[in-house]
Design a protein around this ligand. Sequence first.
Ligand code: P6P
Length: 334
Amino acid sequence: MTKRHQTLGEYIIENQNSFKYSSGELSKLINALRLAAKVVNHEVNKAGLVDILGAAGEVNIQGENQQKLDVMANNIFIQTLRNREIVCGIASEEEDDYISINSHDDNHQNKYVVLIDPLDGSSNIDVNVSVGTIFSVYRRITPIGTPVQMEDFLQPGRNQVAAGYIVYGTSTMIVYTTGDGVNGFTLNPAIGTFYLSNPNMQFPENGKIYSVNEGNYIHFPQGVKDYIKYCQKEEEDRPYTSRYIGSLVSDFHRNMIKGGIYMYPKSSKAEEGKLRLLYECNPMAFLAEQAGGKASNGYQRILDLQPTELHQRVPFFCGSKNMVTKVEEFIQNA
Ligand code: P6P
């Protein structure tokens, strides 16, 4: 009997009860993200065809030129989530402050907060390299009313109830977890349907790929330099292969399938690293651990870090468990 390729919609329905909070609203949230992903995918795929490239002329809180697609993706995800009576607040890389969303029904309280990087790696758009959306979902802590930054948004990553990414690459995929493993769904653009293509994704414990911007080598801490030299040494199963796309989602996705480690260390140029804890590191760390991998800031588990501000940055080492443990050893013994 040929294997039935489940659609994402069927998967959500069939696994609704496995989600410990099984309220149905998280399923609605995932469905909303699915819809937004299709719309953004359409825009990303035609980016080269219309005058949508180039900076929108504005600069976001990160001090980066906002590409028009960044702005569009941000608006698409916010509008899609706002209209569904599920989410009480959204924090986005593209928004200085979080957005509160009040329920239209006085008897209903929207119970989730979403943190999102609507189009990570957007500087790659102009050169036709894959980009991605990263999302992180928590249950609100405050019982009612307008969500509060400290309690509702600055939760440690171990509180996440769902996390995932959409990679707009050679094919468009949604990869996500609700705490019961990681599954990947590939879009059939001809009919606009996501199919379960990568069930139960697992990080190999060991890998032979390291992903880091070696152009920053001279600025890295000594322990990171020592680990990079370790990766390059002719010994045992080394030298490893260096692969760095400049798009976190793509590097992470490849490393999860093939085995490898992604690193964005702190440096003398970036005292806390570049990646944001809340909407890049925490969701990718949740996925990594759910797939048997590991995510660390070099000293601590990413998911145990207590956030202090929406857009804070942390050093990030993520991927095959034994590779992350090895770089931690180099960092801590330098
Ligand atoms: P650099 C993209 O801007 C991003 O946030 C990640 O997707 C990517 O891995 C990293 O930054 C690239 O940064 O400094 O190496 O260009």
